[in-house]
Design a protein. Structure first.
Length: 488
């Protein structure tokens, strides 16, 4: 055994990347960042833990979000191209780490996209008018509405980013409008009636268990600046366009998050905030106090558009990961196919949407969980899987800065070291704290089984595709290439 030679996996047989169209301009990217990063659906579950979460937002913005922006700009400059977190980890740490990073980024969105669908249902029922709110907890209605929205998003993204980006842009506009209405009403309420929020609400509670879960969700809520780089070959002049778009998108998203959290705390008691409908409830509560109750339905409609844009951005962006992995031969090669007419990775999009739908059905049908608990369980596992690629991203900054042959890219060695250390530490803490259950979880045992089992399951699948499937596929291709042609 001591002399046994361990053969590493065969190098991937990379196919030539199909032509992708560069259709994303600077303001498309700014709006993409806002709609991808600023997701109102995570604010209620965070604000439900009280004013202390405002400090968590500020800490996360400084220690995680700022380093994330530096990492995206630096790594996209050094390693441009399609793939983003997949490509960066692959270039810095090797093929397996690149695949694992991309795999976690993709599979997390299999959980996250369903939470967006469920959140859409919880908000859209308010568009239907008073008396329909209970539909949000109806499993049949939630599944049907989720299926319809998912089908629409897949079709738009198959038609291409040139079409799909307009839903992203409309979603960003809806985000700005809903955030402005929410914050504006909060200011009016505060000026007229004051607020019940006290300084005690901003202190760490005696039982911080639920607050700890919020930190992981906050870090999760701040990801998204890397999304455009996953579509690097579809950006117009990426070296010139990306840095400014990251700066503007990051600044706007951070301000909106803090403003929305404070406003929600002012409007609704933390004990009354519902995970799925908290934002609409807050607006309805405030609008009723100032005599503009009619605004609830239009607000819910604009928020629904925003949520659809979020779903489109993450569905379309993360589907590029299995697309690139299919080209690298670590996954079935048909995942690397593009549509003959629209030049989009249609196979990867369809697979992504199908798995997302299956996960929702499984949680509803076999776990007995309600809509809110299903939402929280999917969100928490998505947090863990989403943050794993960020460990690689920040570790890449540290490795680059520590290299003997360091050459300055966008930033110097000191900036990369500080950003890498801060981001890596914060990301690791966010992953660990996601295993603390939120208030909506009824069974601690089933939650931990779901979290640990789900994490190990998806990492195990990554190892299977890389070390077993990828090796066998590469060996078959090499053998086929070495087989002499028949003599006629």
């Amino acid at each position: 055994m001591a002399n046994e030679v361990i053969t590493p996996p065969a190098p991937p047989v990379t196919q030539r990347a199909p032509h992708l169209r560069r259709v994303l301009g600077r303001w498309d990217l700014v709006l993409l960042f806002v709609v991808a990063v600023f997701n109102l659906n995570v604010v209620p579950s965070i604000a439900a833990n009280g004013g202390v979460t405002v400090w968590l937002w500020i800490i996360s913005l400084i220690l995680f979000f700022w380093p994330q922006g530096i990492a995206v700009i630096e790594l996209a400059h050094r390693y441009p191209g399609e793939g983003g977190v997949y490509l960066w980890a692959k270039e810095v740490f090797g093929d397996f780490h690149g695949f694992l990073s991309g795999w976690c980024y993709w599979t997390n969105n299999m959980m996250y996209v369903p939470t967006i669908m469920l959140y859409f249902v919880g908000v859209f029922v308010f568009v239907l008018g008073a008396g329909h709110e209970s539909l949000a907890d109806n499993k049949s209605f939630a599944l049907t509405a989720s299926l319809v929205l998912l089908f629409l998003l897949v079709i738009l993204n198959i038609l291409g980013l040139g079409v799909g980006k307009w839903l992203n842009n409309l979603g960003a506009i809806g985000t700005f409008v809903t955030a402005a209405v929410l914050i504006g009403l909060g200011i009016v309420i505060w000026q007229r009636f004051g607020t019940s929020v006290t300084t005690a609400d901003f202190r760490i509670p005696a039982n911080p268990r639920f607050v700890l879960n919020s930190f992981g969700v906050i870090c999760f809520g701040l990801v998204g600046l890397e999304l455009a780089s996953v579509m690097g070959d579809e950006i117009e002049s990426p070296q010139k366009t990306l840095p400014g778009a990251v700066a503007w998108g990051g600044l706007l998203s951070g301000l909106l998050y803090i403003g929305a959290t404070l406003t929600l705390l002012i409007a609704v008691s933390k004990n009354d905030i519902s995970v799925l409908q908290g934002i609409v409830q807050a607006v309805g509560h405030m609008a009723g106090r100032v005599g503009v109750g009619w605004i609830v339905a239009p607000f819910a409609l604009m928020l629904s558009v925003s949520i659809a844009g979020i779903g489109s951005a993450w569905l379309g962006g993360s589907a590029r990961i299995p697309f690139v992995a299919g080209l690298d031969s670590y996954m079935p090669s048909w995942l690397g196919k593009v549509h003959a007419k629209y030049a989009t990775p249609y196979a990867a999009l369809i697979v992504h949407a199908s798995v997302s739908l299956i996960l929702v059905v499984v949680n509803f049908s076999f776990t007995g969980a309600g809509v809110q608990e299903t939402f929280q369980k999917l969100l928490s596992l998505a947090v863990v899987l989403q943050l794993i690629p960020f460990l690689y991203m920040f570790a890449a900054l540290l490795k680059i800065a520590a290299g003997d042959s360091f050459a300055r890219g966008r930033y110097g060695k000191t900036t990369l070291t500080l950003a890498g250390f801060s981001g890596f530490t914060t990301t690791g803490l966010g992953i660990a704290l996601a295993f603390f259950p939120a208030q909506q979880i009824k069974s601690l045992f089933s939650y931990e089984i779901w979290m640990f089992g789900g994490t190990l399951f998806f990492i195990g699948l990554a190892a299977f595709f890389f070390f077993i499937y990828g090796r066998r596929k590469a060996a078959r291709k090499l053998a086929a290439a070495a087989t002499p042609a028949p003599v006629l």
